[in-house]
Write a protein that binds this ligand. Sequence first.
Ligand code: NAD
Length: 434
Amino acid sequence: MNIAVVGTGYVGLVTGVGLSAIGHHVTCIDIDEEKVNKMKQGISPIFEPGLEDLMKENILADRLHFTTNYADTFLNLDIVYIAVGTPENEDGTANLTFIDKVVDQIAYYTKKEIIVVTKSTVPVGTNHYIKDKLTKQNPNVAFEVVSNPEFLREGSAVYDVFHGSRIVIGSDSEAAAEVMHQVNEPFGIPIFKTDTCSAEMIKYASNAFLATKISFINEIANVCEKVNADIEEVALGMGLDNRIGSQFLKAGIGYGGSCFPKDTKALKQIADEVDYEFGLLNAVIEFNNKQRKKLLNQALLDFDSLAGKNIGILGLAFKPDTDDIREAASLEIIPELVKMGANVKAYDPVAMDNAKKVLPAEVTYVDSPTLALADTDLVFILTEWADIRDLPLSTFENQMRNSNVYDGRNCFSQKDIQQSNLQSYYSIGRAAKR
Ligand code: NAD
């Protein structure tokens, strides 16, 4: 199959590399020339474990190409994937500007029948809208449009492409669905075929469900703190029940990233538009906003003021194993600390370049967790990277001026904390050390 993937972000690039790895001939298109030049040389513009090696392998095998040129790519194409961003508008609805642009380009450049596959997360009804738009703009071509939502997790995206739980194919055309079945079969992952609108909803419903599960355990954690229970023990005990499952029961300072916050808000809007008040989802969104401020609020309770304090930040990415900082806790907490007059020093193994572009200029960046701790009065742990989790508590004791640790990711065991000489340690859903 000759396949093009439009948009080479976390989803598009991993999709393009994955499809080439199972034998398809893939051209990835992006409008960002600098990014495309890097990728042509086998350099991944994003940090994703295993991605660069697989990219290089398939470039060498002549199955994977990168370009900014739509015209040449569309000369001989069977399938085009849309994988551009669908960020949120101010009112929480999904912004389809990038999708619209790509659809215009597909309509303009396509000369023969083609299957258009939407990987981007789009509101229910968007694939029908795309088909109408393509057909109106280019009535000479037979377009089929398929919804194929993506479920990969940043940080394990390459693994997920080959070991995902399911591939969802939503189409109103049996023929197009069958072609997509053949395209995806070599991945060896269960394929679930359904209608277009249901496929679109599966994506939102899945993310909203996971966001709800995270919020639920976080609420339980908040109660645990008040009743002398330990959330880590509670989550372990709950997770042993197969009906509940042990995943997504990790208490912390709320969900972030490029998907959960925006997709929950978009689903709320989808429901609002049909006059359905999605009370449970509204509560999840509201609660998460509160939980994200929990660590900072606790520090403000413990100290009269954070002005002039030396504060270390461990972890900037929204979760470990990614350089993605979209909707990360760090973006919420650090600007507040700077505004309060704190001296902020931050460390992240891979996300510092991205953070520098958006965080206040006053932040200092250092190359190791130990340097981030040196001479500080407080530290906030915001991402549970392995090199942060593995830090001996003695490093906190020895490096910090005052060893007050605010751990938003429960990186350390209560036993080790109780035996330590830390001045104070606050984590989520467990007894604090004072
Ligand atoms: P991203 O912002 O990382 O990447 C989007 C890419 O599209 C950028 O490289 C941009 O330059 C390119 N682009 C924009 N307009 C273009 C055009 N007209 N032609 C060619 N390229 C263009 O986005 P992402 O995180 O990969 O997300 C893409 C979609 O997948 C979104 O709808 C998102 O909700 C969904 N999704 C994301 C994840 C995730 O973990 N990131 C997981 C599942 C689904």
